[in-house]
Each structure stands twice: as structure tokens, then as C-alpha cells.
Design a protein around this ligand. Structure first.
Ligand code: HEC
Length: 129
């Protein structure tokens, strides 16, 4: 089902895409409804940079950090800037740590692979998205 939807999008002509993008930009600017931007990489603190390295190693294969589009799991841009996670659970450190440690459906548990420091750095980085 999502695959069929996706194909539908791909077939939309460039012209209507451009129009749609322009319209979306207009509305986003008008009512500020788009997700807030991520912190620029050049401004990450050392802790956040370590967290980014953890993300690249353990999460990037399944999650985009710069988009809300799904890869294998949902895109994580603006993860903590929205009130709810994709599952509908509240977007807070407790809930996100629990998903990372214990997994969720197709997402594998990573409690054995990350020590406390890596977990804290990772959360700090996720807050910048
Ligand atoms: C093998 C692929 C895979 C890897 C690796 C992976 N995830 Fe996921 N992740 C998923 C999938 C699939 C879901 C959707 C689970 C569901 O709700 O059914 C998900 C969901 C999530 C969610 C949303 C949970 C919710 O309640 O909606 C967060 C946050 C998340 N992952 C963070 C991470 C982080 C951080 C890492 C790295 C430590 C990571 N994931 C590694 C596949 C992965």
C-alpha cells in the first residue's frame, strides 16, 4: 500500500511538483506549520558530535536524521520538536531511550551495544534534529 502511494508520487510531473513545492513553501511560511529546522552540524557541541557518530554507526542504516521520510524506520528529523513519536507515544527521553534499549516491532533492541555514555550522547544529538 505505501509502495503504491509512493509510485503515484514519482509519476507526478516535474511541473506540478514545482507548483506544489511553491505552494507548500508559501503555506509553511504563512503559518509556520513545517517542522522546525535542525541545529546546523557546524554548531554541534562535542557531546552532540559524539552522539552523531553513535547515530551513524547504529541508526543511520534505518533512519534518516535530516528528513521525516521513512527509510526502514521513520525519519527522525524534529523527533523531539514534535509532541509525539511516530507510534503516538510522547516524545521524551524516557520513551526514546526505551525504544533504543528494548527495540520496537521491526527495530532491534540495542541495549547490549550502547554504554551509558553513548546513550546520553545519542540522546543529546537526537535533540538537535
Ligand atoms: C534495523 C533497522 C533499525 C535500526 C538499526 C534502528 N531502528 Fe529505529 N526503528 C526501526 C523501525 C522499523 C521502527 C518502527 C517501529 C514501529 O513502530 O513499528 C523504528 C522506530 C524508531 C523510533 C520511533 C519509536 C516510536 O515510538 O515511534 C525511534 C525514536 C527510533 N526508531 C530511533 C532509533 C535510534 C536512535 C536508533 C539507533 C540507536 C535506531 N532507531 C536504530 C528500525 C531501526
Amino acid at each position: 500500500m505505501p509502495a503504491a502511494l509512493h509510485n503515484g508520487h514519482v509519476k507526478v510531473s516535474f511541473r506540478s511538483c514545482a507548483l506544489l513545492a511553491a505552494a507548500l513553501a508559501f503555506f509553511a511560511a504563512g503559518c509556520k506549520s513545517g517542522p522546525p529546522p535542525s541545529k546546523p552540524l557546524s554548531q554541534l557541541t562535542p557531546t552532540e558530535q559524539s552522539g552523531r557518530a553513535v547515530f551513524q554507526t547504529h541508526c543511520a542504516a534505518c533512519h534518516y536524521p535530516t528528513s521525516t521520510e521513512p527509510l526502514h524506520g521513520p525519519g527522525l528529523q524534529a523527533l523531539f520538536k514534535r509532541p509525539y513519536l511516530p507510534s503516538g507515544a510522547p516524545a521524551n527521553d524516557d520513551r526514546v531511550s526505551s525504544v533504543i534499549l528494548h527495540g520496537r516491532n521491526m527495530m532491534p533492541p540495542m541495549g547490549n551495544q550502547l554504554d551509558d555514555q553513548q546513550m546520553q550522547d545519542l540522546l543529546a544529538y537526537l535533540h538537535t534534529l
